[in-house]
Design a protein around this ligand. Structure first.
Ligand SMILES: NC(=O)CC[C@H](N)C(=O)O
Length: 304
């Protein structure tokens, strides 16, 4: 039996003392106010107990972690038709890189880079009656927590400065791979990225991917085959041009966001979230990556 609480405490004690914590994202102005010393980690064992250390109950901006949740909702509606508009290959490039899209005729490499997520957002804008409210309800149901919400200030801040996302959406539109109005799709996208959660809420929300498609209340939201494929995409594409490094160091499917959150999971075993706002050069939480490397090394639990 593993002493998970001691392992999380050790990780917290070791990493919160580190001087080099990376750089807090500032290209979305509202994100730069966050305390760069914050550090939280939370573990949920499937069908069993939870453990936490540090500021695991403090809310932060989930940003690109939301891309897994929109993908889940879109797959549950569209099934495999989705893959006609977005591919499943790692891009080997930053999350906001646009040149590949031009070369590959408007088909984004995968749904976890920005342009791929914009295609998924477009699908949800087409398919949902009240896109922002219906998507938020879906996330709340996965987490079994109605307190989860958008942060309007963060959404507005990104809208005012999201030049690359406007460029990406327009490029998709020029290739006919965006059906709705560019502004409408971006409004949805900026809102999904602005969702705030604590580490604890994040582990609960992602439980569905470690539990064959059923949330903590055992309600089925996704087919087993759909969770299998989403986990595969998280492993190969969840960390952009650092996906290889994450698989090498940590060995779990997972997803990061520029708010400094990372969530990762071992199917049928556990979900773990970590939050440390300082990012490395690839836009992933610097201490978050180190925390998860220590966790899988100490517990000897990874998909490999
Ligand atoms: N990697 C991220 O978390 C990026 C999300 C951010 N909202 C953006 O589009 O730039």
């Amino acid at each position: 039996m593993q002493d998970y609480q001691s392992i999380l405490n050790d990780i917290y004690n070791k990493l919160s003392k580190k001087e080099d914590k990376g750089t807090v994202a500032s290209y979305i102005p509202e994100l730069k106010h966050v305390d760069r010393n914050a550090f939280g980690i939370h573990l949920q064992v499937i069908g069993d107990k939870t453990y936490g250390a540090g500021q695991y109950a403090e809310k932060f901006s989930i940003q690109s972690i939301s891309k897994v949740l929109t993908l889940a909702k879109a797959i549950s509606i569209e099934g495999h038709n989705l893959w006609e508009r977005v591919d499943v290959e790692p891009s080997g490039n930053p999350f906001n890189y646009l040149s590949l899209l031009e070369q590959e005729n408007g088909i984004p490499r995968n749904p976890l880079i920005n342009t791929g997520a914009l295609v998924i957002a477009d699908i949800l804008v087409s398919q949902l009656e009240n896109p922002k409210q219906d998507f938020l309800n879906f996330v709340r149901q996965l987490a079994n927590d109605d307190s989860i919400n958008y942060n309007e200030k963060v959404a507005k801040s990104e809208k005012e400065t999201g030049y690359r996302n406007y460029a990406g959406a327009n490029l998709l539109k020029s290739f006919g791979n965006l059906k709705n109005d560019v502004d409408e799709v971006l409004d949805f996208y900026f809102h999904q990225c602005s969702i705030e959660m604590t580490c604890e809420q994040l582990t609960k929300t992602l439980y569905v991917f470690a539990n064959k498609g059923a949330c903590m209340l055992e309600k089925v939201h996704l087919k087993k085959s759909q969770t299998k494929r989403i986990n595969a995409i998280m492993l190969t594409c969840g960390f952009y041009d650092e996906a290889g490094e994450f698989a090498f160091e940590v060995g779990l499917p997972g997803k990061s966001g520029v708010g400094g959150g990372i969530v990762a999971l071992l199917p049928k075993e556990f979900v773990i979230s970590v939050w440390s706002p300082g990012l490395n050069a690839k836009g992933n939480s610097k201490l978050g990556m180190q925390a998860l490397e220590i966790f899988t090394t100490k517990t000897n639990l990874s998909i490999f």
